[in-house]
Design a protein around this ligand. Sequence first.
Ligand SMILES: Nc1ncnc2c1ncn2[C@@H]1O[C@H](COP(=O)(O)OP(=O)(O)OP(=O)(O)O)[C@@H](O)[C@H]1O
Ligand SMILES: [Mg+2]
Length: 499
Amino acid sequence: MGSSFVNADYSDLVDTSQVKIPSSPLDRIIGQAEAVRLAKISASQARHLLLVGPPGVGKSMIAQAMSFYIRRPTEEIRAVHNPLRPERPFVEIKSAAEIMAEKDEESSIEEQVLDPGDAPPFAAERLGFRCPRCGFISSFTETVCPNCNAPKTQVSQSGPFGDVFNVLGAAFGVQNNTDRVTSTRRVGDKEEVVIYERSGEKIKVLDERALEKKRKQEKKSPSKVIVPLDRNPFVLATGASETELLGDVRHDPYGGHPHLGTLPYERVVAGSIHDAHQGVLFIDEISHLGHIQRYILTAMQEKSFPITGRNPQSAGASVRMDKVPCNFILVAACNINDLQYILSPLRSRILGSGYEVLMDTSIPDTPENRVKYVQFISQEITSDGKIPHMEISACNLVMEEGKRRAKEVDHKDNSLTLRLRELGGLIRAAGDIAKTEGASLITSAHLKDALKIYIPVEEKIKKVYGNLGAAYDIENSLSQKSNQYEMPFHNYNEDRSYL
Ligand SMILES: Nc1ncnc2c1ncn2[C@@H]1O[C@H](COP(=O)(O)OP(=O)(O)OP(=O)(O)O)[C@@H](O)[C@H]1O
Ligand SMILES: [Mg+2]
């Protein structure tokens, strides 16, 4: 628990606001000692993990907490334009160090930024800042000088050096238009080319070295980051569709036409398996994935998976990017009944390089575990954020209920249930009652009240109808009667005789 509260007698406390909640998420998990231990090992050793157990015992909580123990990703994944075959973009993997180096390179382009008034007059004039008549500097958006009312010429193809500038500009692959002026200047005893470029209301000056670097950069094939370096290493893939899980290439109505369309590399979208590269891919209810499990298996074996357009009607279908890395730790959860629907080669993969855990459904009712239970109550109240804290006497009642449930549901004597989601519901119900009464703490009275309300609807049905069977019979015959006249709402729609 990481606080002085460990093994303390919680009855020293007045209410749950005095409980210190651990900052590390795995320490917030009550019981489940084996699962927590293996989760820590899985995270630090990059092993797969399958958590098996009933709802609400902490499977998702454990999986989520693992991201806390995983190292930050060190690689970024990019889609790079392939000029020879645009529909087969290349994949590029860049390390953090390489990305840094690239950024340095970019920022090392030495370009000076000048106020128009500080630039050579001819450049300021050509870029539309300086009045050719009076020399007054104004915004390039003003076509008439605010000082002398003379028109400011922005496009000036004439002039004694016009042609020379154009030739020099062409040599450097730039056009001599109104937002770029090419000129020369003397550095020592050498003539060098300088470009004055409009940048908002300022003028950028690019010398030969800067131009050289810029040209190099422009020559590089364009690329798009599809999995950024700075990402959450915990990826939740619950109920994900095939495209979400495996990636996709978006449709382009212009079919990637070189002038109208969006190039294929720009339309590549990574899947959850790629986002989870160097992290955790958490799949809840893994058996529900059905045939998609096969793709997960392949991805785990190859540690890479192609991204391709998954909709055959779409222009994306002809695009494929091979070998996109997806080296993830698989953390999967499922309940006991669904274990049989997990693909056996997938389970073999998990066992071959990881662990399978059966979650506990109860813990022995010991003083230490009661302390943890109080911690649990405090956590639930804190994370809910809408209800007041709980008096210790009421906590004792929660524990009695936990004990009763361990006995009734799991047939465990002297134990406390770990089916904690539902117990959390009881705590919130008591909290809501306290809140509506304006009470500053949840008391035993609130809890007793909640216990009356917070029972499964089947229990309530039994009270009203005698037993479940009788309830079904009564309601069935009623619905048959109304069906004689077809469905009631159908009648309301059809019968318009009153209109
Ligand atoms: N062992 C536990 N320790 C502390 N809190 C728990 C524990 N188990 C469950 N809870 C509480 O119950 C909530 C639900 O738990 P969780 O989502 O982890 O259950 P699950 O096992 O993933 O259930 P499901 O099978 O329905 O997905 C948690 O957010 C937490 O508030
Ligand atoms: Mg869950």
